[in-house]
Design a binder for this molecule. Structure first.
Ligand SMILES: Nc1ncnc2c1ncn2[C@@H]1O[C@H](COP(=O)(O)OP(=O)(O)OP(=O)(O)O)[C@@H](O)[C@H]1O
Length: 567
């Protein structure tokens, strides 16, 4: 219930007018349907009776007018209701999508990594789409039916109170029992269907992504059978839902039928007693019949409620008011660009720390190379400095840049994995420097050793890349990232194995470029290579067991021993 209210509150906050207008128009349309049916019934009965009794004077003007007005109102109302409610709902969903996207983009980097591939996309697409059901398929038909039923009781009460209360009571009772029954089933089954559909989607993604590995390991059959299992579970659940749907239909038919029988029986008695004319009995019967029709759409919407709730529960936490971002922690550190102060970090509370009591300073114009065994925590340290991870203890301080109006020093991070977008090479390159001139762009391309590769492409810099940079080799992708950094001009360079995957000559040229570009800047880099270590003024050595020490260039023996140990 909390989820439903939270979503409705959001809807109401943004489109209160449309929200009420939709219900108002649906209500008027429902009343017009009942009026049309009831008046037509009364009119047919009354004209037949006039024919039988040979009445000479019979007023056809008012009933005719009422029938035409009701028919036109019903037609126009149905159209307006669809347009207004759907338009407002789609606008609401579009806005919701932005909020959810905002929420996702504010999530800490570590939380983002907890989501499996495709999960966030499902939140933004299928989950949000499912929310249209709450207003369109539950609130709208339910509130219209309740309001119309009350109006019917009120109007029938004017002609014959016992019929109004008996027939109206049965219909109102159905309006209470039906949502409870269908809602209960809907929540249970809808949730399971949504949950299993999610599992199916993720298994499909794994199958497509890991197709080659699964084939090589001879496990593709297992993956396919787990997909088939999930698909047949969904089919079973849907069959169960359809069976409940039938039960619901039976309940509605029963309630409508009971209300009709009661109206007919009580109408006949009232007719016998001379309290109600024949045409009025017909009017009562047909208006109850038309009212019973309004119960039908409620059932379907409520059976869907589980899916809607599941979707709502998954996206509402993502829209929680983002915590205000902390003010950038900038300090007057004198010539020091980066101060790492007694930092301790572990990936989880239970895990042993990867980085323990680490302290060092990095000055502008200085380069520190981080070396150590695989898994020692080198890349983790770069992520901590870049602000992608938070230390559990200690601090990472950045200097105000006194030359640049007290702004935060620009951080440039080159990770082992390059993010490239399905855009042109140019768009990918100017990501961090949208105002770069074409001379600057050419210069960066040349310095990153990309010129020859780009000249070979039919569209040069305008060549569109495939998903995730498809169309470039691993080494070319990394050089694209490097060119991007050259254009961005960071004050603090954070590089993770900068020449990995490059041939010797290209690696040498890239190192020269980096030496030049980082000359008066601060450089912190992870390396396993002797050639890269040449850039360093100091080495930060990560040893097993989370200990570390710093070696200066003038500690020649130790320095040579360490560098010789590299590739
Ligand atoms: N997101 C994560 N969650 C949990 N543990 C992680 C995560 N990322 C890395 N680790 C673990 O932290 C340790 C340090 O990883 P890190 O990538 O920093 O090592 P590294 O020194 O850069 O290794 P390499 O030289 O192989 O790149 C490893 O044991 C790794 O398994």
């Amino acid at each position: 219930m909390k989820t439903i209210f939270a979503i409705l509150r959001l809807y109401w906050q943004h489109y209160p007018g449309w929200f009420m207008a939709g219900i108002g128009i649906a209500y008027v349309t429902a009343l017009a349907s009942i009026t049309l049916m009831a008046t037509a019934g009364w009119f047919l009965g009354a004209t037949a009776l006039a024919g039988v009794t040979g009445a000479v004077v019979f007023n056809t003007v008012y009933p005719g007018f009422l029938i035409r007005t009701a028919a036109l109102t019903r037609m126009a109302g149905k159209y307006a209701e669809r347009v207004i409610t759907h338009d407002a709902t789609f606008r609401f969903l579009a806005r919701l999508r932005l909020y959810v996207f905002d929420g996702i983009s504010q999530l800490p980097f570590r939380r983002l990594h907890d989501f499996r591939s495709g999960e966030l996309l499902a939140r933004l697409t299928a989950d949000i789409d499912a929310l249209d059901g709450i207003y369109l398929r539950v609130i709208l038909p339910l509130s219209t039916a309740v309001l119309t039923c009350l109006a019917l009781i009120f109007i029938l009460h004017g002609f014959n109170a016992p019929i109004a209360f008996a027939a109206g009571g049965i219909l109102l009772l159905a309006l209470i029992i039906l949502p409870i029954q269908a809602g209960k089933v809907g929540v249970r089954l809808g949730r399971r269907i949504a949950f299993t559909s999610e599992a199916l989607r993720l298994r499909y993604i794994d199958l497509l992504r890991g197709q080659m590995e699964l084939v090589m390991a001879g496990r593709i059959g297992d993956q396919v059978s787990s997909i088939t299992k999930a698909a047949s579970r969904i089919r079973d659940l849907q069959a169960e839902l359809a069976a409940h749907d039938l039960k619901g239909r039976a309940l509605i038919t029963l309630a409508g039928g009971a209300a009709l029988v009661v109206t007919l029986a009580m109408g006949a008695l009232a007719f016998e007693a001379g309290n109600l004319s024949g045409p009025m009995v017909l009017l009562a019967v047909l208006s109850v019949f038309a009212m019973a029709e309004l119960l039908v759409p409620i059932r379907r919407g409520l059976l869907d409620i589980g899916r809607v709730l599941y979707a709502g529960q998954r996206i509402l936490p993502l829209m929680a008011e983002p915590e205000p971002l902390p003010e950038p922690c900038l300090f007057d550190l004198g010539p020091v660009t980066l101060k790492v102060d007694d930092v301790r970090f572990a990936y989880s509370k239970q895990a042993a720390p990867i980085i323990n009591d680490l302290s060092f300073n990095l000055q502008s114009g200085e380069a520190i190379g981080i070396i150590g065994g695989s898994g020692a925590g080198k890349s983790t340290l770069l992520s901590l400095v870049a602000g992608l991870l938070d230390p559990q203890d200690g601090g990472i301080l950045l200097r105000y840049d006194t030359y640049q109006d007290g702004r935060k020093p620009r951080l440039g991070l080159l990770t082992q994995r390059t993010e490239l977008f399905r855009e042109s090479l140019r768009e990918n390159l100017i990501l961090g420097a949208p105002d770069a001139s074409s001379d600057e762009l050419d210069d960066a391309v040349e310095k990153a050793q990309l010129k020859r590769m780009i000249e070979r492409l039919p569209n040069g810099l305008e060549q569109i890349l495939g998903d995730e940079g498809l169309g470039l080799s691993g080494g070319e992708s990394r050089r694209m990232a490097l060119a991007r950094l050259l254009l961005y001009k960071p004050d603090l360079w954070l590089l993770d194995e900068m020449t990995e995957g490059l041939d010797k000559n290209t690696a040498q040229a890239v190192l020269e470029t980096l030496r030049e570009a980082t000359k008066n800047k601060a450089l912190l880099f992870v390396t396993h290579k002797q050639a890269e270590a040449e850039l360093a003024d100091k080495l930060l050595v990560f040893e097993d067991g989370q200990s570390w020490h710093i070696v200066e260039r003038d500690q020649t023996d130790e320095w040579d021993r360490l560098v010789d140990g590299l590739r």
